[in-house]
Design a protein around this ligand. Structure first.
Ligand SMILES: Cc1cc2nc3c(=O)[nH]c(=O)nc-3n(C[C@H](O)[C@H](O)[C@H](O)COP(=O)(O)OP(=O)(O)OC[C@H]3O[C@@H](n4cnc5c(N)ncnc54)[C@H](O)[C@@H]3O)c2cc1C
Length: 464
């Protein structure tokens, strides 16, 4: 029977991690479920396809996770990166939900592997997916289909019709036709609005048009906008997002994880005037990589350039693009469209401020510059060993935080109280927990835990 002629208890909007966790969970709790995924089948899985790991609490070593990472340490880490801009109840709910989710994920076909090495050392805190996010998403689609969940691809939801506190219908385009379904309950898991550059530009100014979007072009915030326009409660600031520095040669959309550059701590970073603008060695990379997108965004024309030498080229995980290579700083500058004399002067000034000492790439070594502004406070070694290498940098937006306010049951809130039959999970509600900043692996934590809650709650509502 065509899905248009079937009656569904729960319609899930989106086809990434949060949507799949919700759909599987709803089906396991007895609901007849339909997933409406805006992307074609080959691009299904949204940003979740690009992921590598999720952050998981555990009170003792647990399979691929070493040591102990308890609720309190996890929460304190979150408090630090968000500078307190979080909702403690929801945050603790997400954190506590991770341990059981690890087993639930395995039950539905996700395999884990030990942490990757490099500048991000996460073996104690983050469980890595064998085969990455693409394998995770494929495993979940198989699990969902085994449970009888129907999936419609290239089905872009355009409007959820709200009457009082109830969503009465879901409108979407499919095969160029406008369609309408009337499920008993709806879960929205259609991501943030980062792929709508005009929306980003309204918040950031025209500079946003120069940003690159690291993930799916389908997360344009259509459902988010529609629901906010109908009086659902908004959380978060439109300029807050996860943004990292990525290779300037990355495509406008969907370049994924392989375009991220992890060499900053062992480099100097200059703007298009060949001037340094921030301490490249401020802290270990897992605590600093997510600030560099904003730092580059604040530079002229929103570009940066990383300069390193042969001493450091093998100290970080390589990205997909080879570095630009030269035998002298001046030659490198010409190849990178920088003023050779200006870059030479910046490198000379930096080199003469390096005081020497023991270099330890995996820990804060205190190898700092002296008398230089801005200082480089760790891993400061002169750039003096050719060949020299360079990468251009741009701001790569991962996902936006402005979203829907939910409660502990993942239920969407409105100015007139909670909606009776609408739940949200993943990026679309991440701002309920992430006011600013980011903790590696927390995106998948939010989507998994709240996706499962949303699915169970929606099924409970629809089947009773
Ligand atoms: C390169 C990269 C690497 C990352 N690595 C990690 C990591 O290792 N660990 C981690 O925790 N997080 C990581 N993240 C963040 C993580 O991807 C997100 O937090 C998480 O995947 C969000 O899941 P989601 O289901 O909310 O969104 P998504 O997975 O993006 O799914 C949203 C889905 O909604 C669909 N959609 C959008 N609009 C509509 C519409 N109107 N109608 C129908 N469907 C629609 C999209 O097609 C998409 O499939 C990474 C992100 C990127 C880009």
């Amino acid at each position: 029977m065509s899905v248009m002629n079937k009656h569904y208890d729960v319609v899930v909007v989106g086809g990434g991690n949060a949507a799949l966790c919700a759909a599987i969970s709803a089906a396991e709790h007895g609901a007849q479920v339909l997933i409406l995924e805006g992307a074609p089948k080959t691009y299904r899985g949204g940003n979740s396809r690009h992921t590598r790991n999720f952050r998981c609490m555990h009170n003792s070593p647990m399979e691929v996770l070493t040591g102990r990472y308890d609720e309190e340490e996890y929460f304190q880490d979150l408090l630090k990166v968000t500078k307190g801009k979080t909702d403690e109840t929801l945050a603790r709910l997400a954190i506590r939900g991770t341990e059981a989710s690890y087993r639930w994920m395995q039950k539905h076909g996700v395999h884990f592997q030990p942490s990757l090495s490099g500048t991000l050392s996460l073996s104690r805190t983050n469980a890595f997916f064998m085969g990455g996010g693409k394998s995770l998403v494929n495993a979940y689609y198989r699990a969902a289909e085994d449970l009888g969940v129907d999936v419609l691809y290239e089905a872009e939801v355009t409007h959820l019709e709200r009457q009082d506190n109830v969503i009465v219908s879901v409108e979407f385009t499919y095969n160029r036709y406008r369609e309408r379904l009337t499920p008993k309950a709806v879960v929205v898991a259609s991501g943030g609005f980062q792929a709508d550059l005009d929306w980003l530009a309204r918040a950031w100014g025209p500079a946003a048009q120069n940003f690159l979007i690291r993930g799916t072009p389908y997360n344009r915030g259509v459902v988010l906008r529609d629901l906010l326009d109908q009086g659902t409660e908004q959380v978060g600031d439109p300029t807050q997002c996860h943004a990292v520095a990525i290779d300037g040669r990355a495509p406008k959309f969907d370049g994924g994880i392989v375009t991220r550059l992890d060499c900053v701590p062992f480099s100097i970073v200059v703007n298009e005037n060949a001037e340094r603008f921030y301490d490249e060695g401020e802290d270990v990379w897992p605590k600093r990589y997510a600030i560099w997108g904003r730092l580059v965004a604040a530079q002229p024309n929103q570009v940066g350039h990383v300069i390193i030498d042969s001493k450091s080229i093998n100290l970080f995980m390589p990205s997909v693009f080879p570095p630009i290579t030269a035998e002298s700083i001046e030659e490198l500058a010409s190849k990178m469209d920088l003023d050779p004399a200006a870059l030479r002067a910046t490198v000379d000034e930096f080199n003469s401020a390096c005081v020497g000492g023991d270099f330890h790439p995996t820990e804060l070594d205190g190898l700092s510059t002296e008398g230089l502004t801005p200082a480089k406070t760790n891993w400061a070694r002169p750039l003096d060993s050719p060949p020299y290498y360079g990468y251009s940098l741009r701001t790569g937006v991962t996902f936006t935080y402005l979203g829907l306010k939910v409660d502990g049951n993942a239920k969407v809130q409105s100015t007139q109280g909670p909606l009776d039959n609408l739940w949200a999970a993943g990026e679309i509600m991440a701002g309920s927990i992430l006011g600013e900043g980011y903790l590696a692996g927390f995106g998948m934590t939010i989507g998994t835990v709240f996706g499962r809650i949303a699915g169970e709650e929606a099924a409970g509502y629809a089947t009773h």
